[in-house]
Design a protein around this ligand. Structure first.
Ligand SMILES: Cc1cc2nc3c(=O)[nH]c(=O)nc-3n(C[C@H](O)[C@H](O)[C@H](O)COP(=O)(O)O)c2cc1C
Length: 191
């Protein structure tokens, strides 16, 4: 499996109140790629480790950490490995359009993150309504951290529930029995 080591994240010194004041959904992106250190900061913010014991920047129900972050860019579909600060190649090639479900305005943005529930990691989370709420809230926490990191770094971003899970799974090289892709966040430099 091909692995791409990420550099250290850039600092995000913007005061928190300014970050909150700036957050906005934006659907217009330059096609300029994201620097690896910016991508590293974005991934750390939404799915990274903030403790040696594996705890993350986001909470998760029963500490299952069942939501994983996939990166769709021009080169491939990658799984973020927060222990190694690396991207693991799942599928080679440009599959960004597989996430749009007709929202083609996001197809040329350099990166779309997909937050997907890894069904092998949901063991401690109860079945039924409570379990569904927990998994989706875990996804939402990661989504919001990604959006705030984008606001802190001056990036344009839009959260998107509008995706075709079957198309996204195929691009990820995964099946419905393995993953449930719930939300995308499309990111780039503003136009
Ligand atoms: C759960 C959720 C799903 C969303 N899905 C989409 C989507 O599929 N496509 C899109 O363009 N915007 C989507 N949005 C963005 C909303 O349209 C946007 O947040 C709303 O219009 C408010 O605008 P603001 O984010 O700029 O404050 C979604 C937002 C949330 C929270």
């Amino acid at each position: 499996m091909e692995k791409l080591e990420l550099p250290s994240p850039i600092d995000m010194p913007t005061p928190f109140a300014q970050v909150l004041g700036r957050r906005r959904s934006s659907r217009e992106f330059s096609s300029e790629p994201l620097d690896a250190s910016i991508l590293s900061a974005l991934l750390w913010a939404c799915a990274g480790r903030n403790a040696e014991d594996g705890h993350r920047t986001v909470p998760s129900a029963m500490d299952c950490r069942e939501v994983e972050c996939f990166v769709f860019d021009a080169d491939g579909v990658w799984l973020y490995d927060n222990a190694q600060n690396a991207l693991l190649l799942m599928t080679e090639g440009d599959h960004r359009m597989a996430t749009t479900a007709g929202q083609d305005f996001v197809g040329t943005a350099p990166v779309t993150l997909v937050f997907a529930v890894n069904k092998a990691k949901t063991g401690e989370i109860s079945e039924g309504r409570m379990g569904e709420i927990c998994k989706s809230v875990d996804v939402g926490a990661m989504m919001e951290n990604a959006l705030l990191a984008c606001a802190a770094m001056g990036l344009a971003a839009v959260p998107r529930a509008w995706l075709d899970p079957a198309q996204v799974l195929q691009a990820m090289g995964k099946t419905e029995s393995q993953y449930d892709p719930q939300m995308a966040v499309t990111v780039g430099f503003p136009l």
